[in-house]
Ligand binder design. Structure first.
Ligand code: NAD
Length: 494
């Protein structure tokens, strides 16, 4: 795939190999299938990429096993594994604009975000995991003069990574980085909607020095390639990011096969709580970022906004003003001013519009937005919905679009109860200038991440993952890398 672009933010060529990357080589799928990749800003087909099937996963697992046994794992010192990750980060950095442009074409994220957040964060993440590769360690347990025990953190061997479409490059790097840093080999399946930047990473893997078979990218559908990775008896661990529905299927497949260890990073319906003692202007800004960031297609989106009654009208007015800023900067993701792009696909567009329609039918008020933007592509206006009730679909289910549902509350006790009344537990936000309340509420909310007086800020040195049905396990931080190791206790009698 090769395309010349002449846009306000990117001028030049983008290119990517559209095959399967197995054993350090580009290959065609055994059964020869393809999948169309569509530009969400135009709704037009960009390119058809190869789509593998179970047979290609089998081949990838065979070469990955060979690589693990012969040229990877703890045979290669951590510092050397780290060097390759550093090199890969440098290679991506040298093409940061092209990576940004590919991500924008594929996902519809505004170019400045793709480049400065996704690609830049992916590069920094690779360097973080590179630095971790030689710091994996066990412990010594002294029990007597004659006996001691030590633990080793050993790699699993072959791991699988299955990733979604909403932050494809980041998801690819956050599976691959810690897995190979810890000495595993990996078979990654990108989302069928957005495979381009994962394939672009594959183009650089050999040059970074990884032995063939350490990193393999098998594009294809979830029901074939994804299912085979989850089921495969020789894959010892799978790390999945995506919907709760699919997470359940992956755990089932693993349970029916070899009980592989499963990390699940799933959906959310995160509360964002605005107390009446907050800094109003700052809160309105952060809350807009909390819900509209990445067109609302963020697992952590602050989609249930609880506003205390004393500040309700004033906050809504300020939040509407902030929403206007996002609406006025909706459009071509390659324009320099664009802040809000399209939803990723026709399916997602229909899904989000379906939720907005359901809110209307349930008697809620569409205060702002609620419609398509423009004539082509999958753009939806940033939308505020008020007069909601806890039993409405828009309050209970993950919308994954730029839709803020607002709920009025009276007391701290009441809002904690309402915020926790969900099967999800990925993240939460709260805005108050009362320090004691901030920590009290952050601790009371059932979520893996809590933001106080900010929203959607990330640090890969901090563990990330969900409570309840938002997931199992943690990514990032030392917990994230340790998840790619299994502990052995060695008892020694001296
Ligand atoms: P999805 O579950 O539809 O798909 C995710 C991946 O799973 C894709 O690669 C897909 O092909 C694959 N898949 C589908 N069916 C499968 C099966 N039966 N077996 C194995 N793999 C299968 O999710 P999506 O629509 O791509 O992404 C959106 C979802 O991801 C949202 O729910 C969002 O909240 C969640 N998400 C979570 C996080 C997090 O860190 N917690 C981050 C990003 C996205």
């Amino acid at each position: 795939f090769k395309l010349d672009l002449d846009t306000p933010s990117y001028k030049g060529t983008v290119s990517v190999n559209t095959g399967l990357f197995i054993g350090g080589k580009w290959v065609d799928p055994v059964e020869g299938g393809t999948i169309d990749v569509v530009n969400p800003a135009t709704g037009k087909r960009l390119v058809a990429v190869s789509a593998g099937t179970a047979k290609d996963v089998d081949i990838a697992v065979d070469v990955a096993r060979k690589a693990y046994q012969e040229s990877w794992g703890l045979k290669v010192p951590g510092v050397e594994r780290g060097k390759m990750l550093y090199k890969l980060a440098d290679l991506i950095e040298a093409k940061i604009d092209e990576f940004g442009a590919l991500e924008t074409l594929d996902v519809g994220r505004p170019f400045y975000m793709s480049k400065n957040m996704d690609v830049a964060f992916a590069i920094a993440g690779l360097r973080y995991f590179a630095g971790q590769a030689d710091k994996i360690k066990g412990e010594t347990i002294e029990s007597s003069e004659q006996k001691f025990t030590y633990t080793r953190r050993e790699p699993y061997g072959i791991v699988g990574g299955i990733i979604p479409w909403n932050g494809p490059l980041l998801s690819c790097i956050f599976k691959m980085g810690p897995a190979v840093a810890a000495g595993n080999v990996i078979v990654i399946k990108p989302s069928e909607f957005t495979p381009l930047t994962s394939l672009k990473v594959a183009e650089l893997v050999n040059e970074a020095g990884f032995p063939p078979g350490v990193v393999n990218i098998v594009n294809g559908l979830g029901s074939t390639v994804g299912h085979t990775i989850s089921y495969h008896p020789q894959i010892s661990r799978v790390s999945f990011t995506g919907s709760t529905l699919t997470g359940r299927k992956i755990q089932e497949a693993s349970a029916k096969s070899n009980l592989k260890v499963v990390t699940l990073e799933l959906g959310g319906k995160s509360p964002n709580i605005i107390f009446d003692d907050c800094n109003l202007a700052q809160t309105a800004k952060w809350s807009a970022r909390g819900i509209y960031f990445n067109m609302g297609q963020a697992c952590t989106a602050g989609s249930r906004m609880f506003v205390q009654e004393g500040i309700y009208d004033e906050f809504l007015a300020a939040f509407q003003e902030e929403t206007k800023v996002w609406s006025q900067h909706t459009g071509d993701p390659f324009d320099l001013e664009t802040q809000h792009g399209p939803q990723v696909s026709q399916i997602q567009f229909n899904r989000v519009m379906g939720y907005i329609d359901s809110a209307r039918e349930d008697g809620a008020t569409i205060l702002t937005g609620g419609s398509r933007h423009g004539k082509e592509g999958y753009f939806i206006q940033p939308t505020i919905i008020t007069d909601t009730r806890p039993d409405m679909k828009i309050i209970k289910e993950e919308i994954f679009g730029p839709v803020a549902s607002v709920i009025k509350f009276k007391t701290e006790e009441e809002v904690i109860k309402m915020a926790n009344d969900t099967t999800y537990g990925l993240a939460c936000g709260l805005f108050t200038q009362n320090g004691a309340r901030a920590t009290r509420v952050a601790h009371a909310l059932e979520a893996g991440t809590a933001w106080v007086n900010c929203y959607n800020v990330f640090d890969f040195n901090a563990p990330f993952g969900g409570y309840k049905q938002s997931g199992i396990g943690r990514e990032w931080g030392s917990e994230g890398i340790n998840e790619y190791t299994q502990i052995k206790s060695v008892h020694v009698n001296v």
